[in-house]
Design a protein around this ligand. Structure first.
Ligand code: PMP
Length: 425
């Protein structure tokens, strides 16, 4: 029954039933974790073939001895394979170390210390703000917060960030120098940016050194038949008259081994030359042996697609189960709404305003760890205290079922508390 149309007595009665369920949940002594979007061990097993590669054949197709120093842009074949998947010309794509987050960090620090190719002075010598579609990825926000870059939230809509809001802000304020963006199966909303929204983000008037961090972390991570066709973002940026506006990021972290994969950076030639100049101070070159391993393991872009289909076989039933439990336990009460993602790693759960923190606390007391309240917002401030990010990939199916049922109980219990409190006042 819809909780919003219940009388106070009905709410009290429902609450006492939920209390019993919650007490039983606490008594079960669970220790479950839905906090981070990590691949499950069975997903990592899919890439165990990498562990024996590249064997004794340590030269790539061009004859490069991958054991030695050098080659700061990465091996050509890995750039070819992932260039196709990210719709970036391999000549404009670098293959780097194990973490795209590190590249995003470095891009920010280089811009702060040295300025971009279009900056009249380093960002550190001026006020700098970034647009942050919300809810978004907490580790993006951690980079900007750490370096004193002011974060300006903009709403995420079903087809991407609210581009009218973005354009109004960038047109008026030259201190807006950057924007976080996860264009495919966004973390945590699952939203994929439409071509129209993307085109407008590329065309909108903004500071010359405004940069969109186009973090395509989930480009191929589909839960349905095929991921969306990637937009040729660098070509689109050039056509829009802003060839340097976009930094493309991606990695194999959730394709092969999270922590031992390959990351990628795509950009205009001018941006790449700038990045290489600064990067060359901190490294002589990336781990090419690991890149070669990945080349041998996949063969080509279709090899990656076939591999992602195996991830999907593991993940799709988990996501289905989460959605079924949410539907069974929460649909009638009308106290929550959630995303039904076609890819990526998260389900985005919105509860009654003012109750997310309470739900997370109740779950914690019952031994279910959820991502901290407000995590998906700049400065960890969820203005409505309503958003909870669920990460269903890592737990076993059994644990996931228990955790989700427990979360649903906490959502309902917190809802009765909040509705009773407002009926009292
Ligand atoms: N970007 C997004 C949007 C992510 O969700 C993640 C992983 N959770 C990362 C980047 C991290 O990628 P990497 O392992 O390549 O640093």
């Amino acid at each position: 029954m819809n909780y919003h149309s219940m009388s106070a007595d009905q709410l009290r009665e429902t609450q006492s039933d939920l209390r019993k369920l919650y007490d039983a949940l606490c008594a079960a002594g669970l220790s479950l974790d839905l906090t981070r979007g990590k691949p499950a061990p069975e997903q990592l097993d899919l890439s165990n073939g990498l562990l024996a590669l590249p064997g004794d054949e340590y030269r790539d197709a061009a004859g490069t001895d991958t054991r030695n120093y050098g080659g700061i842009v990465g091996l050509p074949e890995i750039r070819q394979i992932f260039g196709e998947l990210f719709a970036v010309d391999p000549d404009n794509l670098m293959a780097l170390g194990n973490a795209s987050l590190e590249v995003m960090h470095d891009l920010t620090v280089f811009s702060l210390l040295r300025g971009t190719v279009d900056s009249d002075r380093p960002w550190k010598d001026q006020k700098v703000k970034f647009l942050c579609p919300v809810p978004g990825y907490d580790r993006h926000f951690a980079i900007t917060e750490t370096y004193g870059i002011e974060m300006v939230p903009v709403p995420m809509l079903p087809d991407g960030p609210d581009v009218d809001a973005c354009a109004a802000l960038t047109a008026d304020d030259p201190s807006i120098k950057g924007m976080w963006a996860v264009p495919t199966y966004s973390n945590p909303t699952g939203v994929t940016f439409s071509e129209e929204v993307t085109r407008r983000l590329l065309e909108m008037p903004a500071a010359d050194d405004f940069r969109i961090y186009w973090d395509n972390a989930y480009a191929v991570h589909t839960l349905v038949e095929a991921p969306p066709t990637p937009l040729p973002i660098l070509e689109m940026a050039a056509a829009a008259g802003h060839p340097n506006r976009v930094f493309v990021l991606g990695s194999t972290s959730k394709i092969t081994f999270a922590g031992a994969g390959v990351s990628f950076f795509g950009a205009s030639t001018e941006n790449l030359d700038w990045f290489k100049k600064h990067l060359a101070i901190k490294t002589i070159g990336p781990d090419k042996v690991n890149q070669l391993r990945h080349i041998r393991f996949f063969g080509d872009a279709d090899g990656v697609r076939a591999h992602m289909a195996k991830h999907r076989e593991i993940l799709a039933p988990k996501f289905r189960m989460v959605l079924d439990i949410l539907d069974d336990r929460l649909a009638d009460s009308k106290v929550a709404a959630w995303s039904e993602p076609e890819g990526g790693y998260f389900v985005n759960l919105d509860v009654i305003d003012g109750t997310a923190r309470r739900v997370i606390e109740l779950a914690k007391q019952a031994g279910i760890a959820l991502t901290a309240a407000g995590s998906a917002f700049p400065y960890k401030q969820d203005p409505n205290d309503r958003n909870i990010r669920l990460a269903p990939t890592f737990p076993t199916t059994d644990d996931l079922a228990k955790a989700m049922d427990g979360v649903a109980t906490c959502v309902l219990l917190a809802a009765t508390e909040s509705l009773l409190a407002s009926s009292d006042s």
